[in-house]
Design a protein. Sequence first.
Length: 144
Amino acid sequence: MRNKLVISLFILVVLGLHAVPVLSYQGVRQTRWPFLVWAMYARSYPPGPIVVTVRKIYGTTAAGRPLDINPKLAGLSGPAFRDAYGLPLDNGDTTAVRGLLDRLNRGRRDPVVALRVETTQYRLADPGVAVDTLPAKLYTSPSR
């Protein structure tokens, strides 16, 4: 009998904890259900075309060697690299060029002196997948 009481109380406590996000004030976050704080559930997108953007960044060293610039080479995770360097470079932000070059050239004997950003967009449309290759953006090492 005692075991049933303990298990029943445990179940009631777990169910009661589901009310905490609803009862507590969390600002502009959605608070109807605990799982809505994750973007996967909270941010829905209106109907429209699905667009996937693939960005590739290539570098050239002072000796002329080509280099594939990736998050691992920069010492960052994929999302951090995309937010700090991929998106700004794609949008023409030249301050990101200096930051990325400084990060890549730490301890390198053959420094990276130029970057090339290639962007391809894939759009899912009614007839199929449309591929748009955008013009490459070239950046050289800013003068110091």
